[in-house]
Each structure stands twice: as structure tokens, then as C-alpha cells.
Write a protein of this length. Structure first.
Length: 297
């Protein structure tokens, strides 16, 4: 699926100025740049070396020109990428090769232009500037540390309650066990905990991959539905990849099991959800897009 590109103003500025600092000789091949969807990133890559580019989270989609993920497709550059991962690698197949990859991350498009030469980079990491990150957190009802604390408290609750019941407050919890079936994997709602002061529900989910292939999904797209209302998860510990199932001696595929914790806090409109743990919960899992499409300029 191709993402439509909205008209935007592109600024062509030296990356050294974006970065805000000079690099020592030992670090010339390793760079870090703040993300800005109004900037075209000009990056050098090598013929006999790989350049790995890392984003803050799983990449939603890639669109490429003169760059291919299939060695059988003619292009000047070769790319390695697995859907759902936050990084990909590129190397030139010829001297003076040029190419472009548009990266869709966090619903924004970032333009990367590559040129083979002597200034090849080995590693490039893109990050969200602190000012932008702080602004995003200020709009959230819970800070990152508070959200992580909810997951940690839910993970520890069964053991602490068993060994030291006097140390933990009573929580509403349930074990629904309902199964949401997808094409090649299932999601089991294993446990649900309610933290009323935070108006939060924490879910312990079991992802069962029934296929013999690795399955990729988009962690930031995970959501829970009760009736017609959809609640995006405020935080999860999902990494976006389900390991493949394994065949037994009878050639039957035994599903791999991945445990994921996820929390819903409040309502999408900012009010309290006041959801009980006895509801019937449906878990929405968006699949990662296929590997980058390839086109010639």
C-alpha cells in the first residue's frame, strides 16, 4: 500500500547544522540526526560497506526509488528490511550510485537520499528532539514513567499477592480467556487488571503464532474495543514481531507463544473510561505492511 504524500515545504540544509555538533574522526561513520519531516536527509553510503538506519520505533512503510529489496530486480542500491522492525540497511551496488527511500514513521514521511562515495556512513540513528518529546508527553494524561509503572505493577501483582498479600492493595482482576482469531495467529485475553485511581486497565495478552513464518505487526497500532468504542493502548511492551511456530514429529505446527502487556488509560476524548474488568474485550492488531516496494526513477 502506498501512502499519499501531502504537499510540504522541504528545506535543504546541511546535516551538520541539523545535528548541531561536529564529529571526531573516530565517529565520522556514525551519526545521529533529529527527525524533521520538512528536511531532506542527504546520506553517503558505500559500495563495500553497509549503512544501517534506525528510527525510534517500528517503521510503518517504505517507498523506494532506484533501491531494491530483491537482488533479482535491477537497481543501483540493495536494501535489507523486515516489516515491523525499526531499522533497515542499504549498500550501493555500483560507484556513483544514487537512490531514495521515503520512510513512513509515526504517520509522517521522512525523505532520505543516498549517494555512494568516500563519505560513507556505517550507522545513522534518527531521534525525536527532547522539546518535541516533552510536548507529546505534556498532552498525555500519564507520563512515560507512570505508564511503565502500571505494566510493572500488573506483572508483579500475582506473585506479590501470593507471597505477601498484606503488601498489595486489592485490585479488580479477571481471567476472560476469550480468543480473537486472525489469519495466522490468535490473541488470548489472559488477564485484566483495573487500577481505579489511574482509570487504567492493564491487559496480559497471549499472542499465538500458528504459522511457520515470523509475523510482523505494528505495536503502536494495538488497540482494545468494547462494543463500538475503540481505545488505543497508551503503552505496551510489544516489539512488533511474533516468532514462527515449530513443527513436531507429526508435522503439526505448534504455535509460538508471546506474552504482551498493554494498558488503556482513560478515554480517547480525555475523560474517564470507568471500564470494568468483566467486559468482553476485543484486541485489534494491525499487520505490518509488506517490505518496501521498488520503483525506478
Amino acid at each position: 500500500m502506498r501512502y499519499p504524500f501531502l504537499p510540504i515545504i522541504i528545506m535543504m540544509i546541511p546535516l551538520e547544522l541539523i545535528h548541531g555538533q561536529t564529529t571526531s574522526p573516530a565517529s565520522k561513520e556514525i551519526r545521529q540526526y533529529p527527525l524533521d519531516d520538512r528536511t531532506v536527509y542527504q546520506l553517503g553510503i558505500g559500495v563495500n560497506a553497509v549503512t544501517t538506519l534506525t528510527f525510534p520505533g517500528p517503521i510503518m512503510a517504505l517507498e523506494a526509488a532506484n533501491v531494491t529489496a530483491d537482488p533479482k530486480v535491477p537497481a543501483q542500491m540493495l536494501m535489507a528490511y523486515k516489516p515491523g522492525r525499526p531499522f533497515f540497511s542499504v549498500r550501493a551496488l555500483a560507484q556513483n550510485a544514487v537512490g531514495q527511500v521515503n520512510v513512513v514513521w509515526n504517520d509522517k514521511t521522512y525523505v532520505l537520499k543516498f549517494a555512494a562515495g568516500n563519505d560513507a556512513l556505517s550507522s545513522v540513528r534518527f531521534y525525536v528532539e527532547e522539546s518535541q518529546d516533552a510536548l507529546a508527553k505534556s498532552k498525555s494524561p500519564q507520563g512515560a514513567s507512570q505508564l511503565l509503572s502500571l505494566l510493572d505493577r500488573a506483572k508483579a501483582y500475582p506473585l506479590i499477592k501470593q507471597q505477601h498479600p498484606e503488601l498489595v492493595p486489592q485490585l479488580d482482576c479477571s481471567n476472560p480467556g476469550n480468543v480473537i482469531r486472525y489469519k495466522d495467529f490468535d490473541v488470548v485475553v489472559n488477564e485484566v487488571y483495573r487500577f481505579d485511581p489511574e482509570d487504567a486497565l492493564v491487559f496480559r495478552l497471549l499472542f499465538l503464532n500458528r504459522s511457520e513464518a515470523e509475523t510482523a505487526y505494528v505495536p503502536k497500532g494495538l488497540a482494545m474495543r468494547v462494543g463500538p468504542q475503540i481505545y488505543p493502548f497508551a503503552i505496551t511492551d510489544a516489539d512488533g514481531v511474533l516468532p514462527p511456530g515449530q513443527k513436531n514429529s507429526k508435522e503439526e505446527v505448534l504455535p509460538s507463544v508471546t506474552v504482551i502487556y498493554a494498558a488503556v488509560v482513560g478515554r480517547p476524548d480525555g475523560g474517564r473510561n470507568n471500564l470494568a474488568v468483566k467486559n468482553t474485550f476485543n484486541i485489534l492488531v494491525p499487520r505490518a505492511k509488506a517490505a518496501a516496494s521498488t520503483s525506478r526513477p
